[in-house]
Design a protein around this ligand. Structure first.
Ligand code: ASP
Length: 324
């Protein structure tokens, strides 16, 4: 008797989840952005969720939960109810580099998420304050050789994109600047514009407008080709530092255990957003790269995450990055 009752309860439970998923979303969705407002991850999140919320018929509310290079917000999102009402914007740092730098990280990017799809590729640009006493990468490297110890590098916390790509850059050019942590590269960029910090390696969507406006200097972009939005910025290869090739990405995830049909609805809304002319225009204007058909799928994104974790662990070790 007891067994039957339990079995019936289980069936009822399943039916309830199924019905919930069918009505999903019945209320606003929270998207956790693990960095300060106004930075690259926040900007990408706001652009893609704008159209997603129209498809889903519910608002997607962005909640900025910054700290520990993005791992604070992602930990919170990973532990949320897997019902589709809490999702997150993760990136190359939180879901690629962080495991190498946090031995006690409370989530495993290869296991603890339901991948939804990539939102944007974000090439890395080497930027400096306007008053930096060099005008190109060669001049920057010469200056660093002579004055390296006095120079400050901004980043968004251990394990973030700017931190991991910055560590890699510093190890290649053999620089040992003072590292200054921020809650995101939005605030870091403000200090770069105020000339109070010297340089950083940041995602193009954050820095492109300020480079175009002449408010900061750009020495090189770490991709094989120049960016159409920064036609005058040379590639690292053109500038004589071809070893520094690195690119970031931002992607939507849900907590592990999110029902398959909810994942499908979210993915469908993301793909529709990326196909929308206005979304495309806004991402491309900032130098963002539209994800490939494969990268837009949950499987394609999960594969990328697995390969990024495998790639960054030895890279960061070789670069001498120390675990927290
Ligand atoms: N993506 C972060 C931000 O939005 C910065 C980083 O990872 O470097 O501020």
């Amino acid at each position: 008797m007891k067994k039957i009752a339990l079995a019936l309860a289980a069936v009822a439970g399943l039916a309830a989840t199924g019905a919930q998923a069918q009505n999903y979303p019945a209320r606003p969705i929270t998207m956790i952005v693990p960095f300060a407002a106004g930075g690259p991850t926040d900007v990408v999140a706001r652009i893609v969720t704008d159209h997603m919320s129209r498809t889903l018929g519910q608002q997607i509310v962005i909640e900025n939960v910054a700290g520990a290079g993005g791992t604070t917000g992602i930990t919170r999102a990973a532990q949320a109810q897997p019902d589709g009402y809490t999702i997150m914007m993760g990136h190359m740092g939180t879901h690629g580099a962080a495991p190498a730098l946090y031995p006690n990280l409370k989530y495993d990017p290869t296991k603890d998420f339901a991948a939804i799809g990539m939102a944007a590729g974000t090439p890395i640009v080497i930027v400096a304050k306007k008053d930096f006493p060099a005008n190109d990468l060669k001049g920057f490297l010469d200056y660093m050789k002579a004055n390296g110890e006095k120079v400050n590098m901004a980043h968004a916390g251990v394990g973030s994109v700017s931190h991991s790509t910055g560590i890699l850059f510093n190890s290649i050019i053999k620089a040992k600047p003072t590292m200054v942590a921020y809650r995101g590269t939005g605030p870091a960029l403000n200090d770069l514009m105020a000339n109070t910090v010297d340089y950083m390696t940041d995602q193009i969507v954050n820095v492109a407008p300020q480079i175009q406006g002449g408010n900061i200097k750009a020495f090189a972009i770490a991709t094989p080709e120049r960016s159409p939005v920064l036609p005058n910025v040379p590639t690292t290869k053109e500038a004589g530092l071809g070893d520094y090739q690195v690119s970031a990405w931002n992607a939507v995830f849900a907590p592990k255990g999110t029902p398959a049909d909810v994942v499908k609805k979210l993915n469908d809304a993301l793909v529709k957003s990326l196909d929308d002319e206005n979304t495309k225009k806004r991402l491309l204007e900032l130098g963002g790269v539209l994800p490939s058909a494969e990268e837009r799928t949950p499987d394609g994104l999960q594969k990328l995450v697995n390969s990024e974790v495998a790639r960054w662990t030895p890279v960061l070790k070789a670069a001498g990055a120390t675990a927290e």
